[in-house]
Structure formats: structure tokens, C-alpha cells
Design a protein around this ligand. Sequence first.
Ligand code: AP5
Ligand code: MG
Length: 210
Amino acid sequence: MNIILLGAPGAGKGTQAAVICEKLNIPTISTGNIIREALKNGTEMGLKAKSYMDAGKLVPDEVVIGIVKERLAQDDCANGFILDGFPRTIPQAEALDAMGVVIDKVIDIEVADEVIVNRLSGRRVCEKCGRPYHLESLKPKAEGICDDCGGTLVQRKDDSIETVKARLDIYHNETEPLKDYYAKQNKLVVVEGQDTVEDTSKLVLAEVEA
Ligand code: AP5
Ligand code: MG
């Protein structure tokens, strides 16, 4: 199954991707995680993306489209994949269609802007695998350590209040129109993302299994 997770920054895309990944055993392709990894490794692409990412702005379409094209060509995507954070603009969605990639379902996780700011200020992510946790709502088994890979949990640079506000603006202007784009293709399903992580996971898995 080929799935896109849509939703505002902090809606829970990364969190729910981990749940689907465990259930279906298909990889998650998070453009945010791929760019952060490139940045950490000091690659040319990482350096190019840094100023955009730090300011909460979108990295240029051609850069992310190239990343996704390359990643989807790898063997582990043959039986399905979860796209987390891509597409983020209409040109990105069009590029995905032009690649001949068939998407089965687009799951839009809806969360109000007010809830987002609190979620992102308490977020911690694994430095190694990118899995998200939260200081209150989603604690790891051992403090500061990733349950999955043992990596150290850190705070993301773009999770400051000002940057989160900029990211939300961009989401409403550039990414939200994708709801209409995929509704027209009859692929969009909407789930309420404001309850607990477990409640949202139930709704998401019900859609995946429908
Ligand atoms: P990216 O890393 O994709 O960030 P984002 O879309 O802003 O989304 P987040 O990762 O912040 O949120 P999420 O929905 O994954 O929420 P999470 O599960 O962590 O992108 C970062 C940057 O990279 C962009 O700004 C841009 O510069 C660049 N980029 C990436 N893709 C791009 C693209 N396609 N085009 C251009 N540029 C691109 O959850 C958030 C927190 O809430 C966590 O702490 C979690 O534990 C907690 N939480 C989750 N669910 C619940 C719940 N139900 N109740 C309580 N707490 C919850
Ligand atoms: Mg994420």
C-alpha cells in the first residue's frame, strides 16, 4: 500500500507513520528526516537546505522531488511505503503523479493551530532515526533514549515558537490546497488528530485496513 500522510507541522505524521510502519512493515519516507540527516553529514544538499529549514521555510521543490525520486527507486519501497512530509506543494504532488507513482490513500491528520504550538515545544526527536517523542504525551521507556534504536533524544532547531508560527503559515498557504487536490482524485480521508496518540492511531489504522 502506498500512503501519504498529510497534516500541519506537529499534527502527528511522524508519530503515526511509525505505527503504520510497524503494522504493515513498509518503510517511511520522511523528507524532513532525510534533509536533517544530510545536514548532519554536511552534504551539499544539506548545506543548501539549512537556511530554509532553520527559518521554517520550504526547501525548493526541485531539491525535495529529487530526494523522493531517488528514495522511491530503492528495493524496500517495492511493497509499499509511507510518505511523511511529501508532497507539500501542488508542484510536488504533480511531480509524484508524473513519476507514475500510484498512491492508494492520503490520510490527512487534522489538528488545530493552538494545539500545535504546545506539541512542538515539548517534542523531542531521536538524533539517529528521527522518531518523535513528547515530554508529557509520549515518553520513551528510558528518559532521553529512543525505544527503537537507542539513539539520544534532542530538540529540533525549528521547534521554537516563532519558527513554528512561520511553518503553520506556510502549511495553510502552500500545503493545505493538497487536500482538494487529493479529494478530487478520491484518495483523501480525514482523521481527527487532537485526541491521544492511541486514539489517533486507531483511526489511522482503521483507514489503512479499510
Ligand atoms: P518535517 O520534518 O516534515 O516537519 P513538519 O511537517 O513541520 O512536521 P513535524 O515533523 O513538525 O510534525 P509531525 O506531523 O511529524 O508531528 P510529530 O509526529 O513529530 O519538515 C521540516 C522541514 O523540512 C520543513 O520545514 C522544510 O524546511 C523541510 N521539508 C521537509 N519536507 C519538505 C517538502 N516536501 N518540501 C519542502 N520542504 C520540506 O508530532 C509532534 C509532537 O506531538 C511530538 O512530540 C509527538 O510526540 C506529539 N504528538 C503526536 N501526536 C499526539 C497526540 N495525538 N497527542 C499528543 N501529542 C502528540
Ligand atoms: Mg515529522
